[in-house]
Design a protein around this ligand. Structure first.
Ligand SMILES: Nc1ncnc2c1ncn2[C@@H]1O[C@H](COP(=O)(O)OP(=O)(O)O)[C@@H](O)[C@H]1O
Ligand SMILES: [Mg+2]
Length: 384
């Protein structure tokens, strides 16, 4: 499963000290995120697209509901680009008043307006050599839209109260959670700016449309919060897994993160039950058009027998069981010859290696007797 949990730490090493945001605590996890989850086929396609466009300097428009990971994608594009050693500046266009947003974006000279007692560098200038992320670009006032278009066309900015233009080398990534086309039709967003920024549109589907990401994300956040809260990772009751998969996640990944965080805080039993998630009852949620995937369909085919471990532990299904079932499901799709023998021998060999060839430890790890293990090791010619 490690291929899916893709290491992100190194990409952030250099960017960490330059990351700025109007509300740093809101992005603290994305800054520190050590892994990204792209497990669902739709997310993998997205990742491929991002890897292709990252190297270019093209302006990208990331479109997605709140909490789908727009900022994280923007940081990822930056981290994969040749600008990775330059700054990444994130600014939320909706967080500033109309008058403030221009001085924030373009900067100003001393005396440009009452109260401008000293000059200020704007975001475009401080993102020079790097990437500027403009979140909620649909919130930009019309007058600022005109100026932004000019900056993008001329590749230079003029601070408020100045006549001197400063050349800038900035890649722009914009994000929106509203339908900008609709905003253009309604006359709230300039059409020319819209076409200028949507050179590369990146559509981030809501979480409910990429169900294959849900459980890997659960595992990811369990790990993240386990380290932070110094707790153990609880097991998940089967009904909990079912609920996580069925819930439509209107707040997307951010909501899932909060649910896991809270569940870890309140659970005491070592097992997460549906009540620990505190999700609203499914029946009260908006109508769903498609049937939700079940654990069984996601995991490929469900074995018709119970394993010994399941018998011994039948009240809970761990994420590991789920992941194992998913890998098996993939193997069943294009089965290698002698599948049973293959899985069995890989299991025994790997356990034996993992236990440093200690037979007692291997037997214990696998939950079988030492005699059965020895017989199997002989068959596999691992011992004489
Ligand atoms: N693919 C992913 N893998 C792991 N965590 C993710 C992923 N996408 C988003 N997140 C996390 O979800 C939260 C919301 O992401 P964010 O980029 O702020 O969403 P948006 O900007 O669309 O509202 C952040 O904590 C982020 O780290
Ligand atoms: Mg955001």
């Amino acid at each position: 499963m490690h291929a899916e949990l893709w290491n992100y730490e190194r990409a952030f090493e250099s960017a960490d000290h330059v990351i700025t945001h109007p509300n740093p605590s809101a992005v603290s996890l994305s800054v520190r995120a050590s892994a990204l989850v792209f497990s669902d086929p739709r997310s993998q396609n997205l990742l491929n697209l991002i890897e292709k466009i990252a190297a270019s300097n093209a302006t990208a428009l990331v479109i997605g509901e709140t909490g789908t990971g727009k900022e994280l994608i923007a940081r990822h594009i930056h981290a994969l680009s040749t600008r990775r050693d330059g700054p990444f500046q994130a600014i939320n266009c909706g967080a500033f008043s109309e008058t403030l947003v221009e001085s924030e974006l373009f900067g100003y000279e001393r005396g440009a307006f009452t109260g401008a007692t000293s000059a200020k560098t704007g975001w475009f200038e401080s993102a020079n050599g790097g990437t500027l992320f403009l979140d909620e670009i649909g919130d930009l006032p019309q007058s600022t839209q005109v100026k932004l278009l000019r900056v993008l066309q001329e590749r230079e900015v003029v601070r408020l109260g100045s006549r001197k233009a400063t050349p800038i080398d900035v890649r722009l990534i914009a994000a929106t959670n509203v339908d900008l086309e609709e905003a253009v039709r309604a006359g709230r967003f300039r059409e020319d700016l819209y076409y200028r920024i949507k050179v590369v549109p990146v559509d981030l589907p809501p979480l409910r449309e990429r169900p294959g990401d849900i459980l890997p994300l659960v595992e990811h956040f369990l790990n993240v919060y386990k380290s932070r809260l110094h707790t153990n990772i609880p097991k998940l009751a089967p009904e909990t897994i079912q609920q996580l998969l069925e819930y439509p996640w209107p707040g997307n990944i951010r909501e899932l993160e909060n649910v896991i965080h809270r569940a870890l805080l309140i659970s005491t039993s070592g097992v997460l039950y549906p009540r620990d998630l505190g999700l609203p009852a499914i029946t009260t949620l908006t109508e769903r058009s498609e049937p939700r995937p079940s654990l069984t369909s996601l995991a490929g085919s469900k074995p018709s027998y119970q394993t010994q471990a399941e018998v011994a532990n039948s009240s809970t299904t761990t994420l590991e069981t789920y992941q194992l079932e998913r890998i098996l499901g993939q193997l069943f799709e294009s089965p290698p010859p002698n599948l049973f023998e293959l899985v069995n021998s890989v299991l025994v060999k790997k356990a034996y290696e993992y236990s440093n060839k200690n037979q007692v430890h291997t037997a214990k790890l696998l939950g079988i007797s030492r005699n059965i293990l020895r017989a199997r090791l002989k068959e596999l010619k691992l011992i004489a």
